[in-house]
Design a protein around this ligand. Sequence first.
Ligand SMILES: [Zn+2]
Length: 263
Amino acid sequence: MATTTHVGSIASEIGGEDIALTVLLQPGVEAHDFEITPAAGAAIEGADVILESGAGLERWLDDAISTIGGAERVRDLSIGVNLRGDDPHYWLTAPNAVVMVENARDALADAAPEAAAAISERAEGLIERLETADAEIRHLIDEIPEDRRSIVTDHDALGYFIDGYGLEFGGSVFPSLDVTAEPSARDIEALVSTIRERDIRAIFTESAVDPKLARAVADETNAELVDEPLYTDSLGPPGSGADTIDGMLLHNATVLHDALTRD
Ligand SMILES: [Zn+2]
């Protein structure tokens, strides 16, 4: 069993036919909250291995496990990542995604030792793709002029990307690491002032967050509301090109690049 769409995609790619996979979250929903349905409870109970993104993202899984049991079957894919405080969105850089893949590989190979060689080989292929994506992302971000690198997003999900690839945090519509608390009128006012003062060019929406507030902020400033969403808490839907971990990272870099280099 895998929790998020990212974890599910990695497990599916490297486990292949050697595993039977259930992914709890659907594309397009944010990952901080999840209501445990009876089916989800049964999946947790029946799984040999439970892969979680970890780093504090899936509090809802911790709660479920404390009732259902199974803590010893949970494998946290963030182990070994250099975390930014309590920010769980570490999967949004290619080097961190490589750590995820390695952790998933080890967890699946432990659970299915007879398939370890095949799992390892598929993991190697995915790691190579992530390394290629990493180089392409650096190239795209390098093309953005220094004075255009401040970005505003829906929620504060891009900290790892910003630090890892040389952008600047201009603010977020939901001024927090999750979207459970609505911003106050004062929060919105402060963000509008920052965007005006720093002449921030673009506000980026996210696939799993309602863009209504972001649109309201854009209306009060000269910033463009970028309709093509970033994929943060969820991968893109099947066929979107952002439905794999490397495809999602490249998609995000391309959306940022295109909006910030436009005249
Ligand atoms: Zn998030």
